[in-house]
Design a protein around this ligand. Structure first.
Ligand SMILES: [Zn+2]
Length: 143
């Protein structure tokens, strides 16, 4: 894994308001790689801010453990084969809304646009995740 530059880390934290995107906590903050670590190929490729998210250490861990599915359905994590992580929208629970990451900024989008973006990357899988996300943890009956 290649660590982000100091500038990228600062830009990412600034974009996210220096708070954990998932829980709103402030300490200690970490740079979370949206794309799975270790599958990005050659070393030396620095992650841009669109490939990062501000998370506290606890949430960062949970994204790699019990909350993997949830992290994918909210755009906090992105499958490793996705070439352009900016094409996957990100849900900010603290602001109850979807955002498109763009360079070092983010733009609020409607849930319909988020659905379009997600589907253009993941297809039906994204639809299943959103049904799961909206209608509860077990998601049974939604497939
Ligand atoms: Zn957190």
């Amino acid at each position: 894994m290649t660590a982000p530059t100091k500038q990228t880390r600062t830009d990412t934290y600034t974009r996210d308001g220096y708070r954990c995107v998932m829980c709103g906590g402030v300490d200690p903050l970490t740079f979370q790689h949206r794309r799975a670590v270790g599958t990005r190929g050659s070393k030396g490729i620095l992650p841009p801010p669109v490939d990062g998210l501000t998370l506290c250490a606890v949430c960062n861990q949970r994204c790699e453990a019990d909350m993997q599915d949830s992290a994918l359905s909210h755009g906090w994590k992105v499958r490793s084969w996705v070439k352009s992580p900016e094409r996957v929208p990100v849900y900010y629970p603290g602001e109850l809304g979807w955002f498109r990451l763009e360079g070092v900024t983010r733009v609020r989008i409607s849930s319909a646009v988020a659905m379009e973006m997600g589907c253009s990357v993941y297809g039906d899988e994204w639809m299943r995740w959103q049904a799961h996300r909206m209608f509860g943890a077990d998601g049974r009956g939604m497939r």
